[in-house]
Design a protein. Sequence first.
Length: 254
Amino acid sequence: MSTSTPSPEVEEARALIHQAEKICVFTGAGISTDSGIPDFRGPQGLWTKDPEAEKMATLQYYMADPDVRRRSWQMKRQQAEATLKPNAGHRALLALEQQGRLHTLVTQNVDGLHHDAGSDPDRIVEIHGTLREAVCMECDDRGPMQATLDRVRAGEEDPACLRCGGILKSATISFGQGLVARDLARAEIAARECDLMLTVGTTLGVYPIAGIVPIAHERGAGVIILNSGATEMDALAQVRLSGSISEILPQIVQ
């Protein structure tokens, strides 16, 4: 552990957190990069290195093109075989919850690592869904992703719904697909009720969910932004932190 003196920004963020009673945390891909999950649009991002991969996350292409679906299932099979674990950033948010300060944890991530870290599922809003379930786009039947991936491993390149024969997809929100209204409502309520908004590892450029930050700001909540690069809402931040999330986040919640 580093014994260097904390920066003024870290000290200020720590003070804001210790004064807060209802913190809404908003996480993006950046919190999971130290767990071995690449972000999407960063220098080493999945879509930066392979622009065609973005089609797999676009509903129009996924539904219309069997080749896109086959590639998507193979990628999910490979991802599932990797051993991914929560990092110090995820565990820091669990510590925040254990302090009794966490109101709601809104995440854009679909990796389930907040759950693996031990965060209370009732406090988590997975605004973009989850990779841990598969859903039929026709009848909405859902089941564990692992069961569908077992079929892929057995040779099914584009597994269909066992109930109705419809197209299966991970239970994630793709481009061109609407958010779950209940989840968006929960996130907006948390933004109105919190006294501090802490955003972690997101550029705050994906709407409508990024709108929870100005909602919290307008209602008088403090805003802390922690991200490796600039965000679209840096001007709203009382404290702006840049650097390794898995190093800085534990410092500010300790």
